[in-house]
Design a protein around this ligand. Structure first.
Ligand SMILES: *[C@@H]1O[C@H](CO)[C@@H](O)[C@H](O)[C@H]1NC(C)=O
Ligand SMILES: *[C@@H]1O[C@H](CO)[C@@H](O)[C@H](O)[C@H]1NC(C)=O
Ligand SMILES: *[C@@H]1O[C@H](CO)[C@@H](O)[C@H](O)[C@H]1NC(C)=O
Ligand SMILES: *[C@@H]1O[C@H](CO)[C@@H](O)[C@H](O)[C@H]1NC(C)=O
Ligand SMILES: *[C@@H]1O[C@H](CO)[C@@H](O)[C@H](O)[C@H]1NC(C)=O
Ligand SMILES: *[C@@H]1O[C@H](CO)[C@@H](O)[C@H](O)[C@H]1NC(C)=O
Length: 353
């Protein structure tokens, strides 16, 4: 009996509990929907969005002048964008002295002006570092120290002209030996800011939209020796004189420049805009001629246009002429027709017989 009572009670309680539980679930779901983008995890830094499943922490458009100090340990991708970080200090990504497993670090558009020694200490797994669209005016020679697994480094639209020499020093760090891709577009560079090429594992070097006028024989020899490198060089103001000869042959011969067809001369005046690849090189007589297919094309097009104009202006005459031809034809046909009828007239045939 007692057992029965107890069971009865228990069933009732569990029913009640179940309905409370259901309400709780409902409330929790609503709360989740309302607050999910802000906080899915207690350890998410203020003003950042954390997506734990993908290991991504994104902090955008804050007023912060420093890298958040409490980056979660599970972070594999950290994106800071539109912040006001003027200096990347030593160990900026170290949390409480421990290493992080970050593999992708995107720091574009943060107004970064200086990178100090050992700035990336404590993130030794880093594969991709995007520093594009900043205003670097100071880079320590040991800025990239410790990044021995780095494969892609983006520094496009980020370097002020005065800092090219410092960049060259920073990039000669031995730790960058696994570097595969280096992007340096839009930096007003006058030469390749790498002292040697054989210390990396470079496959792509992007130098698009810089201020490179010529690449000397030494650079060309080094490029020939690193057959796997592809160098992108469009939108540079090439000076098409005999200094460019070695480079010109490299361009034709090595197929290491995927955008070779888009390289244009900007000097001297008479070759401005002509494709570097289409030059005719005769440096025995100090002569680098532009074979102007463009000019030929324009002339042919003009001739075509003139021809069409003549046709158009004479359309009355042409019509008349066509009509005349047609009439002449018709007359001729009638004559034939008449002859045929006469030839096949049986009476005439009889007469002839
Ligand atoms: C960025 O921070 C510096 C101080 O580090 C401050 O002087 C400057 O006004 C800030 N700029 C913006 C746009 O917030
Ligand atoms: C830093 O690490 C120490 C020991 O490793 C720990 O006691 C302390 O709570 C940590 N502080 C923070 C802010 O995580
Ligand atoms: C510049 O950097 C960005 C990464 O922020 C990359 O997606 C882009 O392809 C790079 N290259 C150019 C030429 O902008
Ligand atoms: C080339 O770079 C300059 C800045 O150095 C930029 O203003 C310009 O838009 C870039 N041109 C192209 C075609 O990307
Ligand atoms: C390319 O040429 C520049 C200027 O002559 C030089 O400073 C640089 O070390 C050369 N780099 C390579 C890889 O040949
Ligand atoms: C083309 O490349 C080969 C091998 O690198 C070299 O021996 C040859 O001289 C080059 N030809 C020209 C015209 O530069």
């Amino acid at each position: 009996m007692r057992g029965k009572m107890w069971m009865f009670h228990s069933a009732d309680d569990s029913k009640c509990l179940f309905s409370i539980w259901k309400q709780c679930l409902y409330c929790a779901a609503v709360a989740c929907l309302l607050f999910a983008p802000v906080r899915t995890n207690d350890a998410c830094p203020a003003s950042c969005i954390c997506a734990r499943e993908s290991g991504t922490v994104t902090c955008r458009d804050g007023e912060d002048t420093e890298v958040p100090g409490d980056i979660p340990k599970w972070t594999s991708t950290l994106i800071l964008k539109g912040q006001n970080i003027s200096t990347l200090q030593r160990g900026a990504f170290m949390t409480n002295g421990t290493e992080l497993e970050i593999m992708t670090l995107s720091l574009s558009y943060n107004g970064i002006r200086a990178i100090e020694t050992d700035a990336f200490l404590g993130i030794p797994r880093l594969h991709l570092l995007d520093l594009s669209h900043n205003q670097l005016e100071s880079i320590s020679a040991e800025a990239f120290h410790g990044l021995s697994e780095l494969r892609s480094l983006y520094l496009n639209y980020s370097i002020l002209p005065s800092v090219a020499a410092q960049l060259s020093n920073a990039l000669s760090a031995r730790s960058l030996r696994n570097l595969h891709r280096l992007e340096l577009a839009g930096n007003q560079l006058k030469s390749i800011p790498l002292m040697r090429l054989d210390i990396y594992n470079l496959h792509a070097l992007v130098l698009v939209n810089n201020s490179i006028e010529t690449l000397g024989r030494e650079n060309v020899t080094n490029l020939y020796q690193q057959r796997r490198i592809r160098v992108y060089l469009s939108l540079n103001p090439f000076r098409c004189n005999c200094e460019l000869e070695a480079f010109y042959y490299w361009l034709k011969n090595s197929s290491q420049c995927p955008d070779a067809g888009r390289l244009l001369c900007s000097e001297p005046e008479d070759k401005r805009g002509s494709p570097v690849e289409k030059l005719r090189v005769d440096c025995m007589n100090e002569n680098l001629e532009a074979v102007s297919y463009v000019f030929l094309g324009i002339v042919l097009a003009l001739i075509g246009v003139v021809f069409l104009m003549v046709l158009y202006l004479n359309r009355g005459g042409i019509k008349r002429w066509l009509n005349n031809i047609r009439e002449a034809c018709r007359d001729q046909m009638e004559v034939y027709h008449y002859r045929y009828e006469q030839d096949s007239d049986p009476r005439l045939a009889n007469v002839a017989v």
